[in-house]
Design a protein around this ligand. Structure first.
Ligand code: BGC
Length: 286
């Protein structure tokens, strides 16, 4: 067996059963698009780390309600709030509800995102606008609402050394061009410079802003890329580490990045991608 395929059959890691550290105890978090996929895993990880969590969703009401119950069983306070992140008044209402229920918000995770793929010459303006509206404008509206609340409240040293944290869930496609997905890649490239520019501007208020850039993570959004052995084999050509990522691996990165362990980490894109951004074609070529 060649070196590339030697470990491909190994399952993704199961984390040791140690009690999660309560790195976020007493903090209030809001996760957009949290009813499924990466957002759901982030909400679970933040709750296990001691945060109370607002589960934002736009259409998955039933799944959001089930998640709220699951988080309550795990000992966290959680509420589900419906809002389309691309709609200004709905975002404003969601933050008002969050502050009414929890008193404030310390961590905002801009996770809601979608793909509407098409060959470029067939891409409709509606497909372009929809992806930009959710993936980029949504992150703008939620980040702005977060910064307003963080600035109003300031640092609560008993909870965290910063006044608030914003995590933008971007993608490896903030740097990897992606044919057939021009709207998506453009939105994520936009997230990168939006995040860094906000980070530069709000740092003096002790507000931290960072991105997580997932690679191929096993979720419904990219099922076509992993759900048959043939597709999985093709996908492995793009991943030097030779396995797909799991959503809770993004959850663990989010806990660390939102915690005071990462207090001096500001304005970065943290790639969690098994090396997808390392130009895997050059493993043998070049
Ligand atoms: C996309 C997935 C894709 C992954 C790696 C993500 O941002 O949403 O569909 O599998 O990037 O290409």
């Amino acid at each position: 067996m060649d070196i590339e395929n030697r470990y491909q059959h190994l399952p993704s890691p199961v984390m040791p059963k140690v009690p999660p550290q309560k790195l976020l105890l007493g903090q209030k978090a809001l996760v957009t698009g949290a009813s499924s996929g990466i957002g759901r895993a982030i909400a679970v990880a933040l709750a296990d780390a001691g945060a109370d969590v607002v589960i934002n969703y736009s259409s998955g009401e039933e799944k959001a309600r089930i998640l709220v119950a699951e988080l309550a069983e795990r000992g966290a306070r959680a509420i589900a709030v419906r809002a389309d992140v691309g709609d200004e008044s709905q975002v404003e209402a969601m933050f008002r509800r969050t502050i009414d229920e929890f008193g404030t918000v310390d961590i905002v995770v801009n996770n809601a995102g979608l793909q509407q793929d098409a060959p470029f010459h067939e891409m409709t303006l509606a497909q372009w606008n929809r992806v930009m509206n959710v993936n980029l404008t949504g992150q703008f509206l939620c980040s702005r609402a977060a910064v307003r609340e963080f600035r109003r409240r300031g640092v609560r040293p008993e909870v965290s050394c910063s006044a608030g944290k914003i995590l933008c869930i971007s993608s490896v496609h903030e740097v990897i061009p992606w044919a057939g997905h021009v709207n998506y890649a453009a939105s994520k490239g936009g997230v990168m410079l939006m995040m860094k520019s906000i980070a530069q501007e709000v740092a003096p208020y002790r507000i931290r802003v960072n991105s997580i850039c997932p690679g191929a993570i096993r979720t419904p959004i990219n099922m076509e890329a992993w759900d048959t052995p043939k597709a999985y084999g093709e996908l492995m050509k793009l991943i030097p580490y030779k396995r797909i990522g799991e959503a809770d691996e993004i959850g663990r990165a989010a806990v660390w990045l939102a915690s005071d362990y990462a207090d001096y980490v500001h304005g970065i894109s943290l790639f969690v991608d098994g090396g997808m951004t390392l130009y895997p074609g050059f493993e043998t070529g070049g």
